[in-house]
Design a binder for this molecule. Structure first.
Ligand SMILES: C[C@@H]1N[C@@H](C#Cc2ccccc2)[C@H](O)[C@@H]1O
Length: 441
């Protein structure tokens, strides 16, 4: 084991109220919004298939040209209350919005740069309006912040020379100033979601990231930061050089999920962030380029995350003018309709401690030990749902969440193992079976 002085700051899993709330939230909305939403993946008539928020690099656009987009940013259709209502109806309990993505443009009026919302035709404190509207809907707000900053003259990927090091010291100070500014301006913020920390410059500054996490948590007690913020003094990221998780939850699942039968992942808090197209975080004008996930695909990812003690952060990329594409609005509605009937198997739920079965996923509420949820995505062709409980557990009754009066027939196959006879007819949406257990004592 190495001696790690600048690794984990807080013993995990955190059991304070702020983290318990984060954990019980389970379902969040990610929003990627910046200057990249104006060109939307198309530049001088050419469509670039790569992620639209990377268009500056995909199309080889100079910083001066890209930065001039600032003078076109005027989201006349932005209605923070409307966005927050859509999120509420979709069933999210938290939202994470890009305050500054890799391009360096800030959605809030920052004292530390003119490359911000104040110097656009919009002028107003867009981020402040957003936070107020979401908080009024009872939705917790977390802020995404990219350390990587293509605009800032002191950004360096590697620190090879003394000049590089001097420049990056200025970038570190700028970063710390902006983060403290965000927490000062927006005290209701619950978390910081760091990104753009994969380069050598950051890996060489593990102690800085440790001290920064400490300072930010002193400024905002209860603040929750993702593992992506951190490196230790040896350059190990997310997990320190001894494999100990840093930050407050593991944030490596970007556009991917763990294997559904992976039990080890349930030991830590973690979050999967997911795009609706294959790989577009910012608004792209052309959604015919790749597969667009259906609401049932996205609901299954949300349920799988919950079943393995993870959160699911689903991304939306609004247009430069401030409204969402129709397909995103439709998906939000479809997911919200499902959540209206089934959110009890998501909120405040997690790993049930049972072996994954082929019909779907188990979840269990943190508040009860005598009920287990089965969320079905694959109806078994033999019409029987296999349920393998912990030894000694006995099923008192099993029924559809939607039809609680109609019990399933039970067939005990072995100690704690049952088949439930299917009672549900044809169905096109995932559905929930509740298992009530006999009291053990
Ligand atoms: C949360 C996501 N992280 C960002 C990225 C990236 C990235 C960078 C290099 C190689 C592959 C992916 C995306 O732009 C989005 O913000």
């Amino acid at each position: 084991k190495k001696e790690v002085k600048y690794g984990q700051l807080t013993e995990l899993p955190r059991q304070d109220e702020a983290m318990k709330k984060w954990r019980s939230n389970r379902f969040g909305q990610f929003i990627h919004w910046g200057l990249y939403a104006i060109p939307g993946g198309i530049w001088e008539g050419k469509t670039y298939k790569y992620a639209a928020e990377f268009l500056k690099s995909s199309a080889g656009i100079s910083t001066a040209t890209w930065d001039s987009l600032q003078y076109q940013f005027n989201p006349v259709k932005f209605d923070a209350k409307e966005w927050a209502k859509m999120a509420k109806d979709m069933g999210v309990k938290y939202v994470t919005i890009t305050t500054k993505h890799h391009e360096g443009f800030c959605l809030w009026p920052s004292k530390y740069t003119d490359f911000d919302i104040e110097n656009t035709p919009y002028r107003k404190d867009l981020l402040g309006e957003f936070i107020k509207a979401y908080n009024e809907e009872g939705i917790d707000v977390s802020l995404y912040y990219s350390v990587l900053d293509w605009h800032h003259p002191d950004w360096r990927y590697k620190l090879n020379t003394e000049e590089d090091k001097a420049a990056f010291e200025r970038l570190k100070a700028f970063t710390e100033n902006q983060l403290l500014e965000l927490l000062e301006r927006y005290p209701t913020v619950k978390g910081l979601w760091f990104d753009g920390t994969w380069d050598q410059c950051w890996k060489d500054n593990g102690k800085f990231s440790y001290d920064l996490e400490k300072k930010l948590k002193e400024k905002n007690p209860g603040l929750i930061v993702n593992s992506r913020m951190r490196a230790d003094e040896y350059g190990s990221r997310h997990f320190d050089s001894n494999g100990v998780l840093m930050g407050d939850y593991e944030s490596g699942y970007e556009r991917r999920l763990p294997n559904p039968w992976d039990v080890a992942v349930t030991k830590n808090d973690w979050e999967c962030c997911m795009t609706i197209p294959e790989n577009q975080w910012g608004y792209h004008k052309d959604w015919t380029l790749t597969h667009i996930k259906t609401s049932n695909e996205l609901i299954e990812m949300l349920v799988q995350c919950t079943s393995q003690n993870g959160n699911f952060l689903l991304n939306f990329g609004p247009r430069g003018e401030g409204n969402f594409r129709e397909k995103e609005v439709k998906l939000a509605k479809e997911i919200g309709d499902w959540m209206d009937d089934n959110s009890s198997v998501i909120y405040n739920c997690g790993y049930a401690g049972l072996k994954k079965q082929s019909w779907g996923y188990f979840t269990k509420s943190s508040d009860s030990d005598d009920a287990i949820n089965m969320v079905v995505f694959n109806k078994p062709i033999n019409g029987k749902y296999r349920v393998k409980l912990n030894k000694g557990s006995i099923i008192k009754r099993a029924y559809l969440l939607s039809k609680p009066k109609k019990s399933f027939n039970l067939e005990e196959i072995a100690n704690g193992e049952y088949f439930l006879d299917d009672v549900k007819g044809k169905c096109k949406d995932p559905f929930v079976i509740i298992i009530e257990l006999e009291d053990k004592d």
